[in-house]
Design a protein around this ligand. Structure first.
Ligand SMILES: *Cc1c(COP(=O)(O)O)cnc(C)c1O
Length: 366
C-alpha cells in the first residue's frame, strides 16, 4: 500500500483520447501495438494496459519480467518481448509471451527449447537491423535464416519488424527513407520464401507522424500515448496524461546569511520564505535541478529549487507566493512543463518520465 503524498496521476480519458488521435492518422486496417516497457514509460504498465486493452491489438515490453507482470495482472492480449534474454526463454513460453528473435544465438536457443518442450508453431517475431545498429538480423542473414526456419516446425513467424533510428528528425529524411526501403526489400525476400504470412511493422510514435506511408500492417505506439510527439505542433494536439503533484510539508523563514540545505549550497542574501516538498532525487527529481535550475508550481506560480536537491526532499523559494503548509504543488501537469524540465537538464521527456521511482504513488483517474 503506497500512502505517499507525492502522486503521479494518470488521466485515463486523456490516454484514450491520444490513442484515438493516432488511430485516426492510420488506415482502419492497421493494427496498433502499444509499447508499455519501463513501467509504461514510468507511469504504471498495468494501469495503462488495462485502460486500453480492448482498443489495441498488441502490447510490447522490453524485458521478460515486464511481460510476466502484465500477464499476472490479467492482460490477455499478445505481448511482444522486444529484447528477451536467453536465460528467460522458458519463462517466455510459460507465460505465453512472444519473443523477438534478433540473432542466430537466440533463434537457435528458442528453437531448441521449443523442441524440448514439444511446442510447435510458437508465435515469434523477427527483427531486422536497417540502420539503428542496435539489435536485429542483418539482411545478409536471410538465406541461412530461411533455411533454419524451413527445418523446424517449432515456430510461427508472426511478424517481421525493424526500428527507425531518427524518425523524429526531419533532417534525416533521406536516411529514414532508406531504412524504409531496406525494410521493404527484406520483408519481400522473407515473405516470398515463407509459408507463414507474417505481418510487418516499423513505425514508432514519430514514425506514425512523419512517415504514415510506411505504416505497413501495424505500428508501435509508445511516448505518443502519454501526450508527447517529439514535435511541438503534434504535442499541442495531444492531451496531457501524467500529472506529478505533491504538498508543502513545511515553510521556513530564512534570514540573510543563513544557508539552506546540504553543503550550505544556498546562502540567503535577503529575508526569504522556503517551502519543503517531499520529492527528491530518489523519486526521480534529478539532482541537476538543484540551485535554481528546476522548480515546481504553486497556484500556477513558479518556485525555483533553493540549494541542492536532497534524496527525499527539495526546498523551493516561495518568498513571492502566498501559500501554506499542506497546500498542493505541481511538478508538471502539462507536456510543456515536462519538456521544459527535460531541456533544463539536457535530457528528453522519455528519461524524466522513466526515472520516476516506484516510491511515488500512481493514481488512475477515470
Ligand atoms: C520503445 C520502442 C518503441 C516506441 O517508441 P516511441 O518513440 O516511444 O513511440 C517502438 N519500437 C521499439 C522497438 C522500441 O524499442
Amino acid at each position: 500500500m503506497n500512502n505517499h503524498v507525492t502522486v503521479l496521476e494518470i488521466d485515463k480519458s486523456a490516454l484514450r483520447y491520444n490513442l484515438s488521435f493516432f488511430k485516426h492518422k492510420l488506415l482502419p486496417t492497421t493494427k496498433i501495438l502499444v509499447v508499455v516497457k519501463a513501467f509504461g514509460y514510468g507511469s504504471d504498465a498495468v494501469k495503462i494496459a488495462g485502460s486500453i486493452e480492448k482498443e489495441v491489438d498488441y502490447f510490447a515490453v522490453a524485458y521478460t519480467d515486464e511481460g510476466i507482470n502484465l500477464r499476472e495482472s490479467g492482460i490477455t492480449k499478445p505481448i511482444l518481448i522486444l529484447h528477451p534474454q536467453i536465460q528467460n526463454l522458458k519463462k517466455v513460453q510459460e507465460y505465453q509471451l512472444e519473443p523477438n528473435l534478433y540473432n542466430f544465438k537466440i533463434f537457435d536457443a528458442f528453437v531448441a527449447l521449443c523442441k524440448q518442450q514439444n511446442l510447435t508453431k510458437y508465435p515469434i517475431h523477427l527483427k531486422f537491423n536497417t540502420g539503428l545498429n542496435r539489435i536485429g538480423f542483418w539482411h545478409t542473414d536471410i538465406p541461412v535464416l530461411l533455411s533454419k526456419i524451413k527445418e523446424t516446425a517449432s515456430l510461427k513467424i508472426t511478424s517481421i519488424f525493424s526500428h527507425l533510428a531518427a524518425s523524429e528528425d526531419l533532417q534525416e529524411k533521406e536516411f529514414t527513407k532508406n531504412q524504409i526501403n531496406d525494410f521493404k526489400s527484406i520483408a519481400k525476400q522473407l515473405k516470398e520464401n515463407l509459408t507463414d504470412s507474417p505481418f510487418l511493422h516499423l513505425l514508432n510514435t514519430s514514425g506514425i507522424i512523419n512517415y504514415p506511408e510506411a505504416q505497413f500492417d501495424m505500428v508501435r505506439l509508445g511516448i505518443g500515448l502519454y501526450g508527447f510527439a517529439n514535435d511541438t505542433e503534434t504535442t499541442r494536439q495531444l492531451k496531457n496524461v501524467l500529472t506529478l503533484k505533491s504538498v508543502i510539508s513545511q515553510i521556513h523563514l530564512i534570514e540573510p546569511d543563513e544557508s539552506v540545505g546540504y553543503n550550505r549550497a544556498y546562502i540567503a542574501t535577503k529575508p526569504m520564505r522556503t517551502a519543503t516538498i517531499p520529492i527528491g532525487h530518489a523519486d526521480g527529481f534529478p539532482r541537476t535541478f538543484g540551485n535554481g535550475v528546476g522548480g515546481i508550481y504553486i497556484n500556477k506560480e513558479y518556485a525555483p529549487v533553493v540549494g541542492n536537491v536532497c534524496m527525499d526532499m527539495i526546498m523551493v523559494d516561495v518568498t513571492h507566493i502566498e501559500c501554506n503548509e499542506g497546500d498542493e504543488i505541481v511538478v508538471f501537469d502539462s507536456q510543456e512543463k515536462l519538456e521544459e524540465l527535460a531541456q533544463k537538464t539536457n535530457t528528453i521527456s522519455y528519461e524524466l518520465l522513466t526515472n520516476l521511482s516506484p516510491r511515488i504513488k500512481r493514481l488512475l483517474k477515470c
